[in-house]
Design a protein around this ligand. Structure first.
Ligand code: FAD
Length: 636
């Protein structure tokens, strides 16, 4: 594994429009470029906040397309979905209308780390998403490829070198807006790879985005290169399911959205998944044909937690790896073999697959392939996802280096069909949808000159994800884990509405009145319930008779003290977060604070907004933080 390669070049500004007579129509509040998972959430969030929004994307018929596994959720990622839903985002509601197999993962652990997950009907999801997008008030959807950005002089208070004021499409036409959000996924200089063949594409069947990538580089953004891949799709009727371990969905199904009591389909009508494993013959085919597989040889980094089968064979030799056979939809003839992402030449893919138990007669309908693409170092954006370099330009989604399909290698000894955290949960999509919501909200708030909507690490998984990206950056596709989160007991999937819906309503205006009232009712009911419970005094044996499966006295003493300590820690972090660093501080030249050259460079690049964020940047020492604190106090 080699560090992702970065290039930084300074070029003159792109299309600096000083021509005040230039035609300024059509004009929107917010333009979102890209109709993938980040773009759809961003566009609808901006529209919900009251902004006249334009979604510009290559093709309307690919809006809501799942490029890889048709599934949502999983451990950590289920939390993100609940948080997106709490902000009135789309993906949870649409998953409740489009799933074919709903299951909560990690049930053996406490509810704070349960992972809501569903296998989704690819076609249905797309249909439901397009219906929603095309019927969102204030949102216009237009097909078109954006080639360039229109830039003007920055507003005086901004440290960036210019301000975005619109976009140029491939046909030369222009559209103007107050804020622009880029959600171009894997399309920036995308190249797809099978065997030794490589050709430019954002994903199979779609053109890459070259002009825009050049624009960003010319502006001086630090660009890196990442890669990912997808497995071949197999004909359902060519698989011998009868000899494989079957996994049935939960009964009852747990919906993703707080607004739903149940999902669209009964558990008995849902589809099963099946488990099989790789074997030494698979390893042999991979190792013998490495010279025919350029994606594996590439030094750019791929997803650590959902590696290709080739990477798994190389990193964990002589192991049997799980392969989950997952349906692509109710009436789909295709099966998605989760765990078998590969870039072997097409003819070898079927040869490898037919070595696997249950797949002896499998027919490959669409080959697996890899994709390599540009991403932008996320330390170049603020916690509101606006770029440091260009005012009112926001980045959301895979463009920021997020991803997160889970590694499928973990084995369960005791329960062969139980899924560990390694289920492919399209984690990237959740990170991306979630980044989309935040970018959409902030692009809109920027237009109305309101303060940004920032979620802190103490408030949500969203906060952890964005803080990790903006302070630490990433040199490999980033995936969310519950272990990245300090305050797991407080940030649960079940209380995401209490944590975020009220804020989303008051501070961002992205939440409907109905949802807000529901969350208020839930909050007051919970508070009332807790105070009633606290007022009742029974012996522990009487409590046990009332609620046999829960020992109230034990759980109260266990959790009360832990929650108390966690609350103290949260307050400490919040105090650090309240200490804002001056926006215009020039770390490279400032004299009134003693900082090493290395620390100055790191602060200059990441531009942390608070002392808390500065303290999390690797290499920024405790001594430097104390000096910064002194400096902040003297300047306030
Ligand atoms: P996307 O869903 O890629 O959407 C980008 C959108 O932008 C598209 O609609 C495109 O048409 C549009 N667009 C791009 N450029 C322009 C332009 N110039 N003008 C107008 N429109 C434009 N993710 C993972 O997390 N893990 C994986 O292992 C994984 N494997 C993948 C394998 C493959 C082969 C591919 C193609 C993708 C994979 N992904 C993976 C990516 C996964 O699809 C993303 O996580 C998710 O779709 C990203 O959402 P997004 O909205 O950022 O971008």
């Amino acid at each position: 594994w080699v560090a992702a390669s970065f290039t930084k070049q300074q070029f003159p500004l792109v299309r600096l429009s000083s021509d005040s007579a230039a035609p300024r129509t059509p004009h929107f509040d917010v333009i979102v470029i890209g109709g993938g998972h980040a773009g759809t959430e961003a566009a609808t969030a901006a529209a919900r906040c009251g902004s006249r929004t334009l979604l510009l994307t290559h093709r309307v018929d690919t809006i809501g397309q799942m490029s890889c596994n048709p599934s949502f959720g999983g451990i950590g990622k289920g939390h993100l979905m609940r948080e997106v839903d709490a902000l009135d985002g789309l993906c949870s509601r649409i998953c409740d209308q489009s799933g074919v197999h709903y299951k909560v993962l990690n049930r053996r652990k406490g509810p704070a780390v349960w992972g809501l997950r569903a296998q989704i009907d690819r076609k249905l999801y797309k249909q439901n998403m397009q219906k929603e997008i095309l019927n969102t008030p204030l949102l216009t959807v237009q097909e078109g490829a954006v080639e360039d950005l229109i830039l003007t002089e920055p507003e005086p208070e901004h440290t960036g070198k210019c301000r975005v004021s619109g976009v140029v499409l491939v046909d030369g036409s222009t559209v103007y807006a107050e804020s622009v959000i880029l959600t171009t996924g894997t399309f920036l200089r995308g190249m797809i790879v099978i065997g030794l063949e490589m050709h430019p594409a954002g994903r199979l069947g779609d053109q890459p985005s070259i002009g825009l990538a050049q624009t960003l580089e010319k502006l001086g953004f630090v660009v890196g290169r990442l890669k990912t891949g997808t497995p071949p799709r197999i004909a359902k009727d060519s698989i011998n399911f009868s000899i494989l371990n079957k996994q049935t969905p939960d009964n009852p199904s747990v919906p993703f959205s707080f607004t739903n009591e149940t999902v669209w389909i009964k558990p008995e009508d849902q589809l099963p998944c099946y488990l099989t494993h790789t074997n030494p013959r698979v390893d042999e085919i991979v190792l013998k044909n490495l010279h025919l597989n350029s994606h594996v040889k590439e030094t750019t980094r791929g997803p650590r937690y959902c590696p290709s089968i080739e990477s798994k064979v190389l990193r964990f030799p002589n192991r049997l790896h799980q392969v989950w056979l997952e349906p692509e939809g109710m009436d789909s003839d295709l099966i998605y073999p989760q765990g078998l992402s590969m870039t072997l030449p097409t003819e070898l893919q079927e040869k490898m697959i037919t070595c696997i138990r249950g797949l002896e007669k499998a027919k490959v309908i669409q080959p697996g392939y890899g994709v390599q693409y540009d991403y932008l170092d996320p330390r170049q954006i603020t916690p509101s996802l606006e770029t440091h370099l260009v005012q009112r330009l926001f980045f959301a989604g895979q463009i920021n280096g997020t991803t997160g399909y889970e590694e499928a290698a973990a084995q369960t000894e005791s329960c062969p069909v139980a899924r560990l955290e390694c289920i492919a949960g399209t984690a990237g999509m959740h990170h991306n949808t979630q980044l989309g919501v935040i970018a959409g909200i902030n692009a809109s708030l920027r237009v109305s000159r309101k303060p940004p909507f920032v979620v802190s690490r103490t408030e949500g998984y969203i906060g952890v994800l964005i803080d990790d990206l903006t302070t630490l950056g990433t040199s490999e596709p980033y995936r969310m884990f519950t272990s990245r989160v300090e305050f797991r007991l407080s940030l649960r999937p079940d209380n995401a509405d209490i944590r975020l819906t009220l804020r989303g309503y008051k501070d961002a205006g992205c939440v409907s009145q109905r949802r807000y009232e529901r969350a208020c009712w839930m909050k007051s009911s919970l508070e009332e319930g807790i105070s009633v419970l606290k007022s009742i005094e029974f012996s522990s044996s009487k409590w046990k008779n009332l609620i046999p499966e829960v020992s109230i006295s034990t759980s109260r003493t266990t959790y009360e003290s832990v929650l108390f300590h966690q609350l103290q820690e949260i307050k400490g972090v919040q105090q650090d977060e309240a200490l804002q660093l001056p926006k215009d501080i020039d770390y490279l030249t400032i004299r009134d604070v003693s900082l090493s050259h290395e620390v100055r460079e790191k602060l200059h690049f990441s531009r942390p907004q608070t002392i808390g964020a500065a303290s999390r940047i690797p290499g920024v020492t405790p001594a430097a933080i104390i000096n910064l604190l002194r400096f902040v106090k003297t300047t306030q």
